[in-house]
Design a protein around this ligand. Structure first.
Ligand SMILES: *Cc1c(COP(=O)(O)O)cnc(C)c1O
Length: 446
């Protein structure tokens, strides 16, 4: 027991979990070993083996469920892996505000109650050109708030081509139904014209709605209504227009060689009354639902008591504000990890892949550097391929076995499998973790 407790790696666990937990764990490992020895006297493990078993169990004890993983999938916005990684500035702001008190709802000048949204609102207006803004839990909540505020017991007109289901079971028709609105579908799956909306307008029309088709694309003989035309129709009819933008790019993705993805500013400039989007997709911030729009429409949302149930905490506001500030700084964009990864030149990725393959050459495992294809993810740019580079790993045990070991090993590397090969895309892995990639792959050979 004392020999275990004297080990540096065990001391680390004693500090985190308490000595009692460590002692119980050592006891239980030793008990298991003794039970094994009574059956087979030759099977006495070395101290190092025992120490490894103890640390493995303690690591599991220490695990609070949610742990960091390395994303080797090449999908930048992977909803299962937590979507956008945060900028250091955002994490620092969350840390600084989270560990103490803040002026969350306090006006320091007047010494009385203030608005929790004031600071982030002005940053959203500055980055999108909208007159006003509001932040809620996520984009689904944003849509719920909008529909509940404007469309209860009234009609919402939507094109048939945009009634899609996105990941996680979010379906616009279902959210509409929950909020007590009647869905008026217009046009055909592939073609909808402005006059389809025009004809559907009645005295009961509450909103004209547009939605990003997310991971879905209709190709061929198609026609959609231009956003500015829809906004114009809304103005003429006195009906607000709403756009569920989903990903909510604040910058043009074309600068990264990707197809142009409609930006929030474009939707605002088109005259859409309310634009809703996520905080943790192309914006690159914490989970949030952001609504920008006209002062009168946002004021109605702010007056809805439902907002109280959808409000965000101080950490979200701090992280979101710090992320938005980066958009206003000259070199800020590349400090947002998503754009840092998007902007990484292919030859950098190739050099890393080749160096890793070289490092792993003498190990009893087949590793090659090769070009790969990544994706933006998060429902944006669904058919845009990101040229990338990474590793292909092959072993006798097979891809499923190796991928599982990479996931459950100490580095928790999530890789892709294609054609019976494990693929590790380096675009979604920070260069300073390349040593961990090497160790994780080398461990497969052992
Ligand atoms: C992702 C997405 C949503 C949901 O956003 P959350 O922030 O995850 O709630 C809604 N609509 C569209 C079009 C999306 O792409």
């Amino acid at each position: 027991m004392y020999r275990f407790l004297a080990q540096a790696e065990i001391t680390k666990f004693s500090h985190r979990l308490g000595t009692a937990v460590v002692k119980t764990t050592v006891d239980s490992v030793l008990r298991d070993v003794r039970a094994g020895i009574t059956r087979d006297a030759a099977a006495i493990p070395s101290f190092e083996t025992l120490l490894e078993r103890v640390t493995t169990r303690l690591t599991r004890e220490d695990d609070d469920g949610l742990v960091p993983v390395m994303n080797g999938t090449g999908i930048l916005l992977h909803t299962n892996l937590g979507r956008a990684p945060l900028a250091t500035a955002a994490v620092e702001a969350m840390c600084e505000l989270g560990t103490g008190y803040s002026n969350l709802e306090f006006d320091l000048e007047g010494g009385n109650r203030g608005s929790r949204y004031a600071r982030v609102t002005s940053l959203l207006c500055a980055t999108t050109g909208a007159p006003d803004a509001l932040v809620v839990n996520n984009c689904a909540a944003a849509m719920l708030l909008i529909l509940d505020t404007f469309a209860k017991n009234r009609e919402v007109i939507v094109s048939r081509g945009e009634l899609v289901e996105i990941g996680g079971g979010f379906r616009l028709p279902d959210v509409l139904a929950r909020s007590g609105a009647t869905l008026i579908e217009v046009g055909a799956t592939n073609r909808t014209y402005l006059h389809d909306f025009e004809r559907a307008l009645t005295a009961h029309t509450a909103l004209l709605l547009r939605s990003h088709a997310s991971n879905f694309r209709i190709e061929g003989f198609t026609a959609g209504v231009a956003s500015a035309d829809l906004a114009n129709l809304g103005h003429r009819a006195g009906v607000p227009t709403v756009e569920d933008l989903g990903s909510g790019a604040l910058v043009d993705l074309a600068q990264f060689g990707l197809p142009h993805e409609r930006t929030v500013s474009e939707a605002v400039a088109d005259g859409i009354s309310l634009v809703a989007f996520s905080g943790d997709k192309l914006l690159g911030g914490p989970q949030a639902g952001i609504i920008v729009g006209t002062a009168s429409a946002v004021a109605r949302l702010r007056a809805n008591p439902l907002l109280r149930a959808l409000r965000v905490d101080k950490g979200t506001i701090a992280g979101l504000a710090a992320t938005l500030r980066l958009y206003l700084q000259p070199d800020g964009l590349q400090q947002i990890p998503l754009y840092g990864m998007l902007g990484t030149p292919l030859d950098h990725l190739r050099a890393r892949a080749e160096a890793l393959a070289e490092t792993l050459r003498d190990h009893a495992i087949d590793v090659t550097a090769l070009p790969l294809q990544g994706y933006v993810g998060g429902g944006s740019a669904p058919d845009a391929v990101l040229a990338s580079y990474g590793l292909a790993v092959r072993s006798r045990r097979g891809a499923a076995h190796d991928a599982a070991r990479l996931r459950t090993g100490p580095r928790r590397l999530v890789a892709r499998i294609a054609d019976g090969t494990v693929l590790i895309d380096l675009r979604t892995i920070r260069p300073l973790r390349d040593g961990d990639v090497a160790s994780a792959v080398a461990a497969l050979a052992a």
